[in-house]
Design a protein around this ligand. Sequence first.
Ligand SMILES: Cc1cc2nc3c(=O)[nH]c(=O)nc-3n(C[C@H](O)[C@H](O)[C@H](O)COP(=O)(O)OP(=O)(O)OC[C@H]3O[C@@H](n4cnc5c(N)ncnc54)[C@H](O)[C@@H]3O)c2cc1C
Length: 178
Amino acid sequence: MQQIHDLIIIGGGITGLTAAVCAGAAELDVLVIDRNPKPGGSLLKEQQINSYPALPKISGEELVSMILDHCELFGVQFEQAEIDRIDEDGAIKSVWAGKKEYTATAVLIASGKSNREFLTKLPVKSTYNGLIDAGYNCRTSGSMIYAAGNARCGALPGILNAAADGENSIKSFLEDIK
Ligand SMILES: Cc1cc2nc3c(=O)[nH]c(=O)nc-3n(C[C@H](O)[C@H](O)[C@H](O)COP(=O)(O)OP(=O)(O)OC[C@H]3O[C@@H](n4cnc5c(N)ncnc54)[C@H](O)[C@@H]3O)c2cc1C
């Protein structure tokens, strides 16, 4: 039988990974799906990050590895797949990678800004520049579909802002399921 997760996060960059830690800490059943074999997104390209609190001069790769350990503590699941579609009808959302279906109560789009072709195919409102139309609370026009980090139009640039966005999306999700 198809497993129904509480939350599917599309994209394992800093936004998606931070959201995964926050959702895991709230004891939600979380699946992160990234098209790359290794999660981390743009972070993996950063040789040295100077602004991450308490971790001066850490490399992107080291930071990703620490966040993945944190995810593991909370039982966050990972899958490598390229998502091409979300079906938003009904209480259960279906997320598709070709013919493979994943299901959840909610979906967080955290796929960054480089894959706009994907973003514009989604069943939520996007903006003139192809990014998702969502405010600071990360809610989109789709019920229980959130967008955060670089995928969200108007999000501030940088790692810490992306991480804060990931956290905000989970705050909204937790409010919505109360
Ligand atoms: C070279 C470089 C250096 C930088 N240096 C700094 C710095 O020093 N300080 C700073 O604050 N910021 C820096 N930034 C910016 C910062 O890295 C980004 O703001 C932040 O990483 C954005 O995170 P994100 O998770 O929103 O998106 P991303 O990191 O882009 O992650 C998106 C993830 O989604 C996945 N994905 C996309 N489409 C799909 C799909 N259809 N299905 C499944 N998975 C998908 C991708 O594989 C990727 O892993 C730098 C960026 C780069 C590129």
